[in-house]
Ligand binder design. Structure first.
Ligand code: BDR
Ligand code: CA
Length: 311
């Protein structure tokens, strides 16, 4: 199986992504889950990550707490989307599995040094603070990363936290700039793709009728998430942003995109955190990312159902 580190700020959609990964042990070996501040503050994201691992029946997964604030800005959170706990919806018991003592950034550095070069994939599902901190502190690990597959940014869909920016990139644009400038092969799941991974009544009921606890939780999380999106975007369902990252590792053929240059805006107040993707190739800047633009949504939900059913 492919070795991955999931870097995350759960978040209902992060939670579904973690479940999808843990339900796929033949393809994916989750070396660790590293929490970062994002949707909610770090004490909640690290706790939520453990709740989700336990729900997957995997209290053995190593969960680490990382950075509690962006590299050089104040934290912006998204309780308006995810609720006060970050995982609002169903009532969940507190986790009993431990949080690892090691800092997430140290774990990322140590793991990339210990594993053979080119064998570990990073899967960031939140602001890029932990990943950028690791790259800054230990530049030797950068070339050892196999690939980064991340959720963040937008092109045609532009922004969800400001008119110009997607949340994960907006929260820590300096970190995003470091990651996109690192030279590591990057696959990006922007809003252009994740707004196609939309739940609807039938899709939510399909999760609920899987008959297991994980299916019921996914249904309740997406129900909660959906209420926000309906008001806001008038769309029928909720976008399952972060599971797109894991789905790509399992079934890359579900996605279509282009190798383009992506730069991150870090100075303009108006467009801070914008992912400036050269979709039409109008500059001579070298491509640094595979920027996805399309998704086979039915294939995506079939995969999710099949895997969540296994938990
Ligand atoms: C991203 O922001 C968070 O609210 C979600 O978990 C996702 O990672 C979408 O913009
Ligand atoms: Ca997230």
């Amino acid at each position: 199986p492919r070795k991955i580190i999931i870097d995350t700020d759960p978040g209902q959609d992060d939670a579904v992504a973690i479940l999808l990964a843990l339900a796929s042990p033949e393809e994916l070996d989750v070396l660790g889950v590293t929490a970062v501040a994002g949707n909610v503050p770090l004490p909640l994201t690290q706790k939520n990550a453990r709740i989700v691992c336990e729900l997957a029946g995997r209290p053995d997964v190593k969960v680490f707490a990382g950075c509690d604030a962006p590299l050089s800005r104040n934290l912006v959170t998204a309780e308006h989307v995810h609720g006060k706990t970050g995982l609002d919806g169903p009532v969940m018991p507190d986790p009993s599995m431990p949080l690892q003592d090691q800092h997430a950034v140290d774990f990322i550095i140590e793991t990339l040094r210990a594993q053979p070069a080119g064998t570990v994939t990073l899967c960031p599902l939140g602001p890029l603070t932990n990943i950028a901190s690791a790259f800054e502190r230990a530049p030797d690990i950068v070339e050892r990363v196999q690939e980064i597959v991340l959720m963040g940014g937008a092109y045609f869909q532009v922004g969800n936290i400001t008119p110009a920016a997607e949340f994960n990139i907006y929260v820590d644009p300096e970190a995003a700039k470091i990651v996109f400038g690192s030279g590591v092969p990057i696959v990006v799941m922007p809003l252009d793709v994740t707004h196609k991974a939309l739940t609807n009544r039938a899709r939510v009921e399909a999760f609920r009728s899987l008959g297991n606890e994980a299916g019921r939780m996914v249904a309740e999380w997406t129900d909660f998430f959906e209420r926000f999106d309906k008001e806001k975007y008038g769309s029928e369902g909720a976008p399952l942003h972060d599971p797109c990252v894991i789905a790509y590792l399992l079934r890359p053929e579900l996605f279509k995109g282009r190798h383009v240059n992506v730069e991150i805006e870090t100075s303009s107040d108006l467009t801070l955190g914008m992912t400036v993707a050269d979709w039409w190739g109008v500059t001579d800047r070298a491509p640094n990312a595979l920027f996805m633009g399309d998704l086979d949504a039915n294939g995506f939900f079939t995969l999710l159902n099949e895997r969540i059913a296994r938990l």
